[in-house]
Design a protein around this ligand. Structure first.
Ligand code: C5P
Length: 300
């Protein structure tokens, strides 16, 4: 059973106060991008039956393969909830930058829920899978739905929104990831005790998306975590400047960073911005992707 799920970029992220559970209230707009994680779930040989194993298609020291991997936890949570005891072998192909603020681990977990739900015949609905996804992490429900959606609550309450057309992104990758909790902590330090109120999604952003108007969307992009990410990684401000000087409509920190997401007008613009970023020596790698794309889907 092979399932694909996309990474995301936050077009808008307004962060409020943190609750007693340590999570912050937020309003965000997710867009699923064509950087695709693939999970292959296989039945186990009789010898291994009952365990959840994980193998990476390309080994990566930054991605654990034990029970701390969110995909393993997803399979275990589904098995526990439905009373399945047969286990599964998971194979993971990663294309979303690791610890980059693009929810690659969340996409893996979402794809694993879908794959195991079919492999094990547990028959959970999308709504039931979403509830399990929310228990795994705030960003896990979105890749089940994909496309473009508003996230509220902790980001886990997902409502699709209408968009037109296709958007072109260039992603500048940092050599080293940023920890999401660390970025939220710095956000708290920078905002002090005055708990900010969560803002609604601006009408200008939703109407830009409805019209398929990339320059208007660029003007509405916003990320409350950007100041915290830049405070932890000041060099990211230069990456943003390089992308915008090379013609990006706008460049912002993606989610909790450190990936910088540059919105460009068209593929030619993507090429110009990619070249400038690579030549700057400031980034570890550059990826291009269009958006939005569908959520988790079975491909084999
Ligand atoms: O839910 P997830 O495991 O992806 O969140 C990682 C961390 O990010 C949380 O432990 C928390 O520190 C922070 N976070 C937050 N508020 C949110 C989402 C995440 O503070 N709404």
């Amino acid at each position: 059973m092979r399932v694909e799920a996309p990474g995301k970029v936050n077009l808008f992220l307004s962060v409020g106060a943190s609750g007693t559970d340590g999570y912050h209230q937020l309003t965000t707009v997710f867009q699923a991008v064509r950087l695709i994680e693939t999970v292959t779930a296989r039945r186990q040989s009789a010898r291994d039956r009952g365990t959840v194993t994980l193998t990476l298609e390309e080994p990566d020291a930054d991605v654990p393969t034990d029970a701390s991997n969110l995909a393993v936890r997803a399979a275990e949570l589904l098995a526990e909830t439905t009373g399945v005891s047969e286990g599964v072998d998971l194979l993971l192909r990663k294309r979303v930058p690791v610890a980059g603020g693009m929810a690659g681990g969340s996409a893996d977990a979402a794809a694993t829920l879908v794959a195991c739900n079919i492999l094990w015949g547990t028959g959970l609905s999308l709504l039931e899978l979403s509830a399990l996804a929310a228990r795994l992490g705030a960003d896990v429900p979105f890749p089940l739905t994909g496309a473009t959606a508003v996230g509220s609550g902790r980001g886990d309450l997902v409502t699709p929104i209408m968009t037109r057309g296709s958007y072109h992104w260039v992603f500048a990758l940092a050599g080293e990831g940023l920890s999401t909790p660390a970025v939220f902590r710095r956000f708290d330090e920078l905002t002090g005790t005055g708990a900010p109120a969560v803002r609604d999604v601006p009408e200008a952003l939703t109407s830009a998306l409805r019209a398929g108007d990339a320059p208007a969307l660029a003007a509405s992009l916003h990320n409350d975590l950007q100041a915290a990410a830049l405070d932890l990684r000041p060099e990211l401000a230069q990456v943003i400047a390089v992308a915008e000087e090379a013609g990006a409509l706008r460049a912002i920190v993606s989610g909790s960073g450190p990936t910088i997401a540059a919105l460009v007008e068209n593929p030619a613009g993507a090429q110009r911005v990619s070249r400038a970023l690579m030549a700057s020596g400031l980034v570890a790698d550059v990826l291009r992707a269009d958006a939005p794309v569908a959520g988790a889907r079975v491909v084999g």
